[in-house]
Write a protein that binds this ligand. Sequence first.
Ligand SMILES: NC(=O)c1ccc[n+]([C@@H]2O[C@H](COP(=O)([O-])OP(=O)(O)OC[C@H]3O[C@@H](n4cnc5c(N)ncnc54)[C@H](O)[C@@H]3O)[C@@H](O)[C@H]2O)c1
Length: 277
Amino acid sequence: MKVTLQGMKIRMSQKLCIIGLGFIGSEIIRNLDKFRKKIELSAVFDIDKKKMEEITAKYPKVRLMTSSSDFDDCDIVIEAAIQQVVKEIFNKIVKTEKIFIPMSIGAFITDEKIYSNYIALEKAKRQLIKFPSGAIGGFDAIHSIKQIGIISAKLTTTKPPIVFREQRYIKENKINLSENEKTQVFKGNAKEAAKAFPRSINVGARLALATLGPEETSVEVYSDPFIKKNIHEIEIQSEVGVYRFSFQNNPSPTNPKTSWLAALSIFDTLENRICEE
Ligand SMILES: NC(=O)c1ccc[n+]([C@@H]2O[C@H](COP(=O)([O-])OP(=O)(O)OC[C@H]3O[C@@H](n4cnc5c(N)ncnc54)[C@H](O)[C@@H]3O)[C@@H](O)[C@H]2O)c1
C-alpha cells in the first residue's frame, strides 16, 4: 500500500492473512522474514484449532480469524487450504481491492460461476487475483506462445501410489494401484481432473487457465510405484513450435501430495508481483 506525504511516496507494509496452516501455510509463515517491512502477518485461519493455538503461542500479535471470510483488515489474502475455501470467499474478495493468492486453483475451473467471473475480471484487466506458478512453471514462455495461439496443451502427472490411495475417485472407480507397475489412473480434461483429484492436480487447473481452458486442456495421471517424486510433464503444440517442460518435484516434508516447489512459488509471487508493484 502506498501513501503520499508531501510529495514523497512511502510504501507501508501490507497486511497478510493466511487461510490454511498446513504445509504451504506454515512454510510461508516460517519464511516471512524475507519480506520484513514490506509484508506483515496479520491474521490466520484454519479449521484445526490446535494449529491456530500454535500460531498464538509463537506470534501473539497475529489475529485469529473467526472464519475464512474474516479478512476485512488485510491487504493480501493467501488461501492454502482446500477448493471449498476458494468457493466460500471468492464472491466477497472480488468486491474488494485486496490481492488474492489462491493455491487451490482447481476451484477456478470446477465451479462455473467462479470461472466465468474470473474470465470477466481478466478481460476487464482487474488483475487482483495472482496465481502462483505452483508445482510447475514456464508461464513466461506460455504467455509468449499464446500471442500466436496454442493448438494443444497436455499435462501428464505421475506420482507414487501413496498420493492416490485414500482418494475418493480411486475408491469409487475401483482402480487398482499396482505396486509392481505404472498404472494410468485418469485420462480426461483439466476440469474433470480437478474434480477427480481436488487435492493433488491443481497444476492441471493452473495450466488450463494459462492455455486452452478447462475443457480443452488434456490431463493424464499415472501412479508409479518406482518413483519418489511428483512429476509433471507439459507438452504444448503451437505454430510457434513444440514445447515440453518437465518438473520432477520432491514431495514436501509433511504432505506427500504437495510438491515442495508449490510453497516456494508463493514467495516468487509475493516478491515479483506484489512487492514491486
Ligand atoms: N497450485 C498448486 O500447484 C498446488 C500445489 C500443491 C498444493 N496445492 C493446494 O494447496 C492447498 C494447501 O496445500 P498444503 O500442502 O498446505 O495442504 P495441507 O493438507 O498440508 O494443509 C491444508 C490446511 O488447510 C486446513 N483446512 C482444511 N479445510 C479448511 C477450511 N474449510 N478452512 C480453513 N482451513 C482448512 C487444514 O486443517 C490444513 O491445516 C491444497 O488445496 C493443495 O491441493 C496447490
